[in-house]
Design a binder for this molecule. Sequence first.
Ligand code: AMP
Ligand code: ZN
Length: 115
Amino acid sequence: MESCIFCKIARGEISSEKIYENENFFSIKDIHPKVKGHSLVISKKHLDTFLELPDTFSSGFLDALKNTARKLLKEEKAAGFNIVNNNGKVAGQLVNHLHFHILPRKEKDAFGLGV
Ligand code: AMP
Ligand code: ZN
């Protein structure tokens, strides 16, 4: 995926500060944070959506989500967090490369999923 922004970051063509990394995933801060600490867990391989995630990636996927969330909770002194995964344009997916938003939450912050 030549022009994909997350593939470029995964290949190191765009520099990034990694929060966490394992064999198949890495996490970085979102460039337009919705809350302080808003971060993304991104697959190193180009996968369009969650449905393309191979079962063999399951443990690495859980490892990346948990370790990123733990680091953010500590760093932001947050009371909780949301994990959001948009699939398809209609669901708000802007970057067609599998990623999970992790949003650290605090009392009375200005964010709500409404679900
Ligand atoms: P989504 O709407 O789920 O596809 O979210 C894509 C997210 O990627 C948005 O929150 C963007 O702010 C974020 N984003 C786009 N480009 C970059 C980048 N170069 N570095 C970090 N985050 C990015
Ligand atoms: Zn990609």
